[in-house]
Design a protein around this ligand. Structure first.
Ligand SMILES: [Zn+2]
Length: 304
């Protein structure tokens, strides 16, 4: 009897070693024509990565469907034009630090669903690596920072628990060090970020309205939940007036238009015309934390 018990324990230990306890992966979603959103956008970036020249606009139209059918035929799948549990595993691409590709954009779109606030720039740098590791840790996955099959499935198939939406720095993370995001502004609450002509990204998901006046120059106002996120001094826009934008979407190129003495991005947060200090908001995004509610931001202490 003692031997049997010992044998059972040994067997249990063996089983434990062979298949360590791990939460089941979520199911792959079915993504198909007529749908919009981040999983559509993810699939489009992955299709672009694989050479299909379609728009990455988050809108699953006939062009995306045709590309999916071609991809399925080329990979021995039944070509129904829907991205489901058989197509996703063949479509995903493992990405990791040092990669720069459309597949990295797809991973950044997914990480932003969970609030990591990355610029969707296709550059898998330290910020994306840290986000991937944090996501993996939070889900009980091997936290190696490599977005491989299990991480992809957990990202794409999962439902973000916070529902808080996603955020992005207004510039690529590599554009400026963290220390630039706490600098005070002149005269009133805002921040001037010293960059030449570089891509600017939507900080939040919302509706973008162009600004064109002698003060702001070419600028943009992104409206989300009654809050205005304002960009000034662009050299050009990347989005139409009234466009729906997602956090991390490229919205323009910085520059020196309007009342500006040198190239920089002026960034401000306003609610009903009142300016709030954006520094803590941006620092939280930089650090991968959920930023404070704009109305809770201070209105003094960030200018001189
Ligand atoms: Zn300014």
């Amino acid at each position: 009897m003692r031997i049997l018990v010992a044998g059972l324990i040994a067997f249990g230990v063996l089983i434990g070693l062979v298949s360590p306890a791990q939460a089941a992966l979520p199911s792959w979603p079915n993504v198909k024509i007529g749908q919009t959103g981040d999983n559509v956008l993810t699939a489009q970036h992955l299709l672009r990565h694989r050479g299909y020249n379609i728009a990455a606009d988050g809108d699953f139209g006939s062009g995306t469907q045709a590309a999916v059918k071609q991809f399925q035929t080329a990979n021995g799948l039944s070509s129904d034009g829907e991205i489901g549990p058989n197509t996703w595993p063949k479509l995903i691409v493992s990405v990791q630090r040092g990669n720069n590709s459309e597949a990295v954009r797809a991973a950044q779109v997914q990480l932003n669903r969970y609030g990591y606030g990355l610029s969707v720039d296709g550059d898998f740098g330290g910020g994306t690596h840290n986000a991937a590791v944090a996501f993996q840790s939070s889900k009980g996955l091997e936290a190696d920072g490599i977005v491989g099959p299990n991480t992809w499935q957990t990202l794409v198939g999962g439902t973000p628990s916070s529902g808080g939406g996603s955020y992005s720095l207004p510039l690529a993370r590599s554009a400026l060090p963290r220390s630039e995001y706490d600098d005070p502004h002149h005269d009133y609450p805002a921040i001037d970020l010293p960059v030449n002509t570089v891509p600017a990204y939507a900080a939040v998901t919302g509706t973008a309205y162009r600004i064109n006046d002698s003060s702001c120059g070419y600028g943009l106002r992104i409206v989300k939940n009654g809050v205005d996120y304002i960009y000034c001094h662009f050299s050009g826009w990347s989005v139409a007036n009234g466009a729906a934008v997602r956090a991390g979407d490229r919205v323009g190129t910085t520059g020196n238009t309007g009342n500006s003495t040198g190239p920089h991005l002026h960034f401000a947060i306003k609610i009903s015309g009142t300016s709030y200090c954006p520094q803590n908001f941006l620092l939280a995004i930089y650090d991968g934390r959920t930023p404070p509610t704009p109305s809770s931001l201070p209105r003094t202490g960030c200018f001189y």
